[in-house]
Design a binder for this molecule. Structure first.
Ligand SMILES: NC(=O)c1ccc[n+]([C@@H]2O[C@H](COP(=O)([O-])OP(=O)(O)OC[C@H]3O[C@@H](n4cnc5c(N)ncnc54)[C@H](OP(=O)(O)O)[C@@H]3O)[C@@H](O)[C@H]2O)c1
Length: 343
């Protein structure tokens, strides 16, 4: 048996808490999968006072400075101090695993150039799409990506399909812990645009600035539109889509009218889905939990096991190759394709 793989955890919230539980409760299975035990050396949180934790609680800077650390797992979220901590760890030769879509979409290529960076959990949580694009399909040619990448708005649109107003659907999502007090990242489509930028960089191997992706959120979707869509045999879904034909990247996120019999129409509640068209592998469809502590922690753990097994950080290596390129010009896909815009 190899020596334990020593890990520091930055963040013990929804995802960090679920990961820490798995590391304790599933230790035997994880050891078998990783070929060695994974040892949690310490945890950093924002508010450590009076807190119980499955490993020593330490200030992040102190934790990062510990010798003999193999990897850090960043599940704090936000741009700073996550960017600083991840840069420090990579420069110190550690592996880094993060679930932070905002940071990877904005700065993934520069960070990945510093060292092995893994971010499977940053897009669609439990759906294994990040390494699939970078590694399994790395030599294929991806023509298009289409997905439902935000579970909160998908749940809200479903509730509106059953007669709820936008305000009631939002209040219900907030009550169920699906939407934040400030729901803008979801309802104004910043969150799916960041995830689409990550997928599109991996699929089309071009640098993409997420702010260049046109976004239309669901704030202005009226119950009457949802009802009219239903009468027309459609459902309204917030669709994130991109094509990379002929070197031109077209991408946007907007509510679209999806025919009720299409697979995307049947993606319910907080589920996510990603459809890919690959020249050689053909049409692929992935569906699964797009959020939730256990689903996200499952993707983080997959990266951790790959790191402990010395598997290549394929998605990170791919992003690193884009760091010197200027961002691609991104044009909107427009109102007709892949499905007609709902508004
Ligand atoms: N939740 C999901 O379903 C999900 C799914 C996929 C990806 N993600 C991503 O995973 C990341 C974490 O999400 P989450 O839902 O677990 O967030 P969360 O519940 O808000 O937890 C954040 C954790 O980070 C800690 N933290 C915040 N600032 C810190 C700082 N400066 N130094 C040290 N610790 C700090 C917090 O400490 P305190 O506990 O003391 O406040 C908390 O433990 C985000 O990037 C998110 O986008 C989440």
């Amino acid at each position: 048996m190899r020596a334990p793989y020593r890990v520091a955890l930055l963040g013990l919230g929804n995802v960090g808490g679920a990961l820490a539980r798995r590391l304790v409760e599933d230790a035997d299975r994880i050891t078998t999968a990783a070929g060695r035990p994974i040892a949690l050396e310490g945890i950093a949180v924002a508010h450590p006072e009076g807190r119980r934790a499955p490993a020593p609680l330490l200030p992040a800077a102190k934790l990062l400075a510990r010798p003999h650390l193999d990897a850090i797992v960043e599940v704090m979220g936000g741009l700073e101090p996550a960017h600083t901590y991840i840069s420090m760890a990579l420069r110190a030769g550690r592996q880094v695993i993060t679930a932070n879509k905002q940071l990877i979409a904005a700065d993934g290529p520069e960070l990945a150039r510093l060292g092995p960076l893994r971010f499977e959990a940053s897009v669609a949580s439990a759906i294994p799409i990040v390494e699939t694009l970078a590694e399994t399909l790395g030599a294929d040619r991806i023509g298009s990506i289409m997905g439902i990448l935000n579970g909160t708005t998908n749940s809200m649109l479903a509730a509106m399909g059953e007669g709820a107003s936008y305000a009631d659907a939002l209040a219900d999502a907030q009550r169920r812990g699906l939407a934040e007090a400030d729901p803008s990242a979801d309802v104004d489509a910043h969150d799916p645009a960041a995830k689409l930028a990550i997928l599109a960089m991996l699929a089309f191997k071009r640098r993409i600035d997420p702010s260049q992706i046109e976004r239309v959120g669901i704030r202005n979707v009226e119950p009457a539109q949802v009802e009219a869509a239903r009468r027309g045999g459609c459902v309204i879904k917030l669709i994130a889509a991109a094509t990379g034909d002929d070197g031109t990247i077209a991408a946007d996120v907007r509510p679209r009218l999806v025919p009720a019999e299409a697979p995307m129409a049947r993606v319910h509640g907080a589920m996510n889905a990603v459809a890919l068209d690959a020249e050689y592998a053909g049409s692929l469809l992935f569906e699964g939990p797009g959020a939730g502590p256990d689903a996200a922690a499952s993707a983080v753990l997959a990266d951790l096991i790959r790191a402990a097994n010395d598997a290549p950080a394929s998605a990170g290596s791919l992003l690193a190759t884009l760091a010197d390129g200027s961002p691609a010009i991104v044009v909107p896909l427009g109102p007709e394709k892949p499905y007609r815009a709902a508004s």
